[in-house]
Design a protein around this ligand. Sequence first.
Ligand code: FPP
Length: 237
Amino acid sequence: MSEQNRIPQHVAIIMDGNGRWAELRGKERYEGHVAGVEPVRASLRAAARWGVKYLTLYAFSTENWGRPTHEVDALMELFCKSVVNETPELIRQGVEIRMIGDRTRFSEKVQRYLCEAEQRTAGGKTLTLILALNYSSRSEITRAVQRIAARVAAGELAPGEISEGTVSASLDTAPYPNPDLVVRTSGECRLSNFLLWQASYAELYFPEVLWPDFTEEEFDRAIEEYARRDRRFGLVK
Ligand code: FPP
C-alpha cells in the first residue's frame, strides 16, 4: 500500500456487545445501548483526526425488529434523542449525517427526526456519518434488483447491459465509496448481513472489546492494524 492508502477512506463498524456489556453489570440491555452513544462520539472524533471521510455505523438491522418490543421502542427513542442532542456538535465538527436502509418501516416521528438531522447537517465537509437503520444487505440488494427490473420492464435497460456498476449504483450506498475497513466489536467474527456487496475487498478487524468500551484508542488500534494489512484486490504485487 502506498503511504496515502494506509489511512482508510471509509470505515464501517458493527457496534456489537451492548447487551452483554449491560448484562455483565446487572443492568437492563437498554442501558448498554445508552452506553453505546459515547463510543459513537469517540469514533467520530478519532475518524476526523485520522482524516477518514466516511464512517458507517450499523445501528439497527432488519432482524432487530424481532427483539422484545420494549428494547426496540427504547432504541427508537434513543435514536431520536441522540440525533437531536448531537446535531449541534456534529454541525460544529462538519459532520454530515446520511442514512442507508429502508426507513419507510419507521414511525413517522422517527422518520421526521432522521430527516431533520440529515437536512440540518447537510453540507458538512469533514466527514460523512452514514447510519445503517433498518438495514440488511439482502434487503438492500433485493430492493436494488427491484429497481433494475423496473427499468428493464420500462424498456430503459436491456438485461445484457446490467453491469456491476448498475448494481452498485442501485444500492443505498451508491453515493459513497466502498468500505476499506469493517470493524466488528465484541469478538464475533461475522458480517451479519452488513455491506456484503460493498465489503468484497474490505479488510476485516474483530477486536474483543464490547461496543460501550470502544474508545478513541480502540479506533486508533483499528486504523493501525489496517495500515499493516497488504491489500491486493485479487492481484499480485
Ligand atoms: C448491538 O449490540 C447493538 C445494537 C443493536 C444497537 C446499536 C445502537 C447504539 C450503539 C446506540 C447509539 C447509536 C446511535 C447511532 C445514536 P447487541 O444488543 O446485539 O449486543 P449483544 O450481542 O451483546 O446482545
